[in-house]
Design a protein around this ligand. Structure first.
Ligand code: ADP
Length: 731
């Protein structure tokens, strides 16, 4: 479970990822559905609202038409009243009357207002003669023909333009107009006619027309019955209307929200249509609303059919719904993004928590394993652990430690460093105290060995190693370490040392005697020996010398190890020491056909504080190695330089160098490069190990550089600056 190596989520986290996606998709789906529902709801509301608005607009249109028609009726009434108030009426009177009404200004849509007089057939000729006499010689009641009843449009204002065509027209002769006139008399009300083509329609853009009639009677006559009214009838005050002009005048400037058409009567066909508010074809659109209203109008019925326009839909439908949908979808997307972010953040947090839990589990496991290993190691090594809390100055130790100090388990000391010191051999107490303090102060690793005297008097050697820790919270220091018993190891070392030294001493004495005897033989103490014998003796002598050399090295080493090698430090002239080293080892170099040279660079005398014999032992070893590995005729250069207050002595040869693989082990005991060359050169492999110990005892260090062109060993020793040299400068 958790993350795999590629970091991709797997297992539970994979499930979490799917879960996050599912939640996000569900939220997206739900919010889109809600948006659509809201959008739909809003559209429904908008539709209802639009439909109300549409009806309102239509009703207003109808009201306007109705109200304007009533206005016209009032004008006709006024005209009729004027007629009835006088016995005679002149053309001029009528003109002024109409002029006073300022029709175009107050009642736009009027084509005109006129008087159609009723003429008895007997009086027709006289009537025509009278009107002709008024200055209209062409006047004639038309159409011609015999009729029981004549009417004629005598006055019509404005008496100009289209209206002149109607002058003298007998409207009663036309069935449509005649029917309206009959109705006006029989009901004694204003009556609107059905659609006609007005006589005023002279040009090509013919509009449908209607006429409104109001009967006008001679004053003082009874009007109670239809026949009485006919007898009393003087004529009709009337108005012709061109439908287009009428609607334009009635409704004025309209915004194009609604189109409508008006039908004469209840039947809606092309034939009955008397008005259409649009030109050309009506634009179709999906949201179109439609309404049909019937308008009863002065004994007439108009059917008006309304249609909403695209502009109406844009104004009342689209904006709200579309905006709501856009806002809804945007909110859905936002919500989805937020949910996704939250879901994945939670998922990431869960993954992180899971990983941290795993890490913790691993750490706990590792800790547990480590503890177990540690315990096993401690159990099998009889190693005890201890801690010294430096701020509390208190030492605590575990149960394994008490036996190392000769205490029974459970038996302890009071934990103070002072009490601990009392467990140590008196000869080691001060040293250990200093070592502990210095390690604590410098935060160094503490690594030491001391003797312990048990309560029963047994002497034991204890090794101890510790580190200083800084506590993370308090910055307090804590030294924690281990102790283990090294008594047996020390005993074995002593025994070995004693064994080696005993054997070496036992070997050295007879070997020296053998070597001396052979030297005498070779020196001719017994006269000249035959060549073959001389050769054998020489080989035996060389080998016994090598053996002696080995034994001396071994003894030196054991002494160094046991700290028993004694040094006699003196202030000595370094240059003199090196000149001496060259002289003494000249023969060794010569034996290997190598020559030697000393290059002394320091400007002033240099003094060293060294043991002369041990210094020469070091030089002899380095020069003999250089000679052994020099090619025939090679040059061994011994040089000296001062650097940073130290004398650097270098012994360089021109040999093949130390093999790379061996370079790390050059200073180890008995270490020799495993090559035929080395074997041939002989040696013990102890020389450089001894050199390093000796140099270190004299406060110096040793190192080397080697390549296939040669090897250079460097010793650097501290230079004595202040102390005066002793007399015994020379070794
Ligand atoms: P040994 O007695 O064998 O010379 P050393 O400790 O003096 O012992 O040298 C250890 C080994 O280091 C030698 O056996 C040799 O392999 C290598 N060695 C030391 N000095 C040189 C040198 N100048 N050139 C090449 N190899 C060297």
């Amino acid at each position: 479970m958790g993350s795999d190596v590629s970091g991709k989520p797997s297992g539970a986290s994979g499930w979490a990822s799917n879960h996050a996606w599912t939640v996000t998709l569900l939220v997206l789906l739900a919010s889109v559905i809600v948006s659509l529902l809201v959008w739909h709801q809003l559209r429904e509301q908008a539709r209802e609202q639009a439909s109300r608005e549409f009806s309102l607009l239509n009703s207003r249109t109808v009201d306007q038409i109705e109200s304007r028609m009533n206005d016209y009726k009032q004008v006709l009434r006024a005209g009729a009243a004027l007629l009835e108030s006088r016995d005679e009426i002149s053309r001029e009177t009528w003109r002024r009357f109409i002029e006073r009404l300022a029709l175009p200004e107050h009642y736009p849509g009027f084509q005109g207002v006129g008087v159609s007089l009723l003429i008895d057939p007997d009086a027709l000729t006289e009537h025509e003669a009278t009107v002709r006499a008024e200055g209209f010689p062409d006047y004639q009641v038309h159409p011609e023909g015999e009729r029981a009843r004549y009417t004629s449009i005598v006055y019509l204002e404005p008496f100009s333009g289209r209206n002149l065509a109607a002058f003298g027209y007998d409207m009663y002769s036309d069935p449509v107009r005649g029917t309206a006139m009959d109705l006006a008399v029989s009901k004694n009300v204003a009556v609107l006619s059905n659609a006609v083509t007005l006589l005023q329609e002279s040009d090509t853009s013919v509009q449908s027309g209607v006429l409104m009639y109001l009967p006008s009677y001679y004053p003082g006559m009874p009007l109670s019955s239809v026949s009485a009214r006919w007898r009393a009838l003087r004529g009709f005050v009337y108005s012709p209307f061109r439908m287009g002009d009428l609607i334009a005048g009635t409704l004025g400037e309209r915004d194009e929200l609604v189109h409508f058409e008006i039908y004469d009567g209840l039947v809606t066909t092309d034939a009955t249509r008397i008005y259409r508010s649009w030109q050309g074809s009506r634009p179709k659109h999906p949201e179109a609303l439609q309404e049909t209203l019937v308008l009863p109008l002065h004994q007439q019925v108009w059917t008006i059919r309304f249609y909403s326009t695209p502009a109406f839909s844009r104004t009342f439908l689209q904006s709200r719904g579309t905006l709501a949908l856009l806002v809804g979808l945007t909110l859905s997307l936002l919500l989805t993004t937020v949910i996704y972010t939250l879901a994945t953040r939670r998922q990431r947090a869960e993954m992180l928590a899971e990983k941290m839990t795993q890490d913790l589990r691993h750490t706990e496991q590792a800790l547990r394993i480590n503890q177990e290993r540690h315990q096993l190691a401690m159990d099998s090594s009889s190693m005890g652990t201890w801690s010294w809390d430096l701020s509390a100055n208190l030492i605590t130790w575990d149960a394994l430690l008490a036996p190392l100090f000769g205490l029974r388990s459970g038996e302890s000391f009071d934990g103070t460093p002072g009490a601990f010191m009392m467990l140590l051999h008196p000869g080691d107490r001060e040293r250990v105290r200093q070592e502990l303090n210095s390690a604590a102060e410098l935060r160094h690793e503490y690594d030491t060995e001391y003797r312990v005297i048990w309560p029963d008097g047994t002497l034991r050697h204890i090794a101890s190693r510790a580190r200083v820790l800084e506590m993370p919270d308090s910055n307090d220091l804590m030294m924690t370490g281990t102790c283990w018993d090294v008594t047996e190891k020390r005993r074995a070392q002593v025994m070995k040392r004693e064994f080696v030294s005993t054997i070496s001493h036992e070997l050295r004495t007879p070997l020296t005697a053998i070597s001396g005897a052979m030297g005498l033989l070779l020196g001719g103490a017994l006269g000249t020996l035959p060549d073959a014998v001389q050769n054998l003796i020489r080989i035996a002598n060389e080998n016994s010398k090598r053996l002696l050399h080995l034994i001396n090295d071994l003894l030196d080493f054991e002494k160094l190890d046991a700290g028993k090698l004694e040094f006699h430090f003196e202030h000595l002239d370094a240059q003199a020491l090196l000149v001496n080293a060259i002289e003494v080892n000249e023969s060794v170099a010569a034996r290997h056909q190598a020559s030697m040279v000393l290059r002394w660079h320091p400007a002033n005398p240099v003094w060293l504080d060294v043991d002369a014999m041990r210094f020469q032992q070091i030089m002899a070893n380095l020069i003999s190695n250089a000679a052994k590995y020099s090619p025939p005729g090679g040059l061994i250069t011994v040089s000296a330089d001062i650097s940073s207050g130290r004398l650097i002595i270098a012994v360089a040869d021109q040999g093949k160098g130390i093999p790379d693989a061996f370079q790390d082990r050059v200073f180890e005991r008995f270490a020799q490069a495993d090559s035929s060359d080395t074997r041939r050169a002989g040696g013990t492999g102890l020389g450089l190990a001894i050199c390093r110990e000796l140099v270190s005892h004299m406060g110096g260090s040793i190192r080397f550089d080697s390549n296939d062109q040669g090897t250079t060993f460097y010793i650097d020793l501290p230079v004595v600056t202040d102390a005066p040299p002793t007399d015994t400068a020379q070794a």
